[in-house]
Write a protein that binds this ligand. Sequence first.
Ligand SMILES: [Zn+2]
Length: 143
Amino acid sequence: MAKNRVPAVEGWFDMNETEPHLIGSRCTACGSYFFPRESYFCRNPECAGSDFEDVPLSSRGKLWSFTDNRYKPPAPYMSPEPFEPYIVAAVELDAEKMVVLGQVAGGIKIQELSAGMEMELFLDTLFEDDDNEYVVWKWRPVA
Ligand SMILES: [Zn+2]
C-alpha cells in the first residue's frame, strides 16, 4: 500500500506535487512579503500593519548563495539515517525578491551550482515512517 505523503512542516507550503508553492504572508498595509508566515505585526519598521493575507510565493528564483552541510542538524530536525551531507541553497524569489533557504535536490553536486542560476521549487521526501512520507520543499536548477 502506498504511504500517505504529508507535509513535514504543516502550513509552510502547499502539497501540489506538480506546481508546489511556499505559503507566505503579505502585509495588507505595505505589501511586504514574509516567509514563514507573519501573523502579529509587520516587520517593516516603517509600517504599523498587523493584517496579513496568505499568498503563494514564486516557485522560481535566482541562486543567491549555497553551501554544503556535512553535519547532522540537531533535533527537532529529522533526517534520514544514515545522515548524508546535502547542499543548502539561498534562493531569491523572482517576484517577492526575498531569500528563502532550502535543501538542494539529492544528486546535484556543489560544482554544478553557481550564483545567479535559475532555480525551481519541488517537493521531496525528507524522511518516512511505517505510514507516511514526510515531504519538504527543495530547490533544483531549472532544466
Ligand atoms: Zn506592513
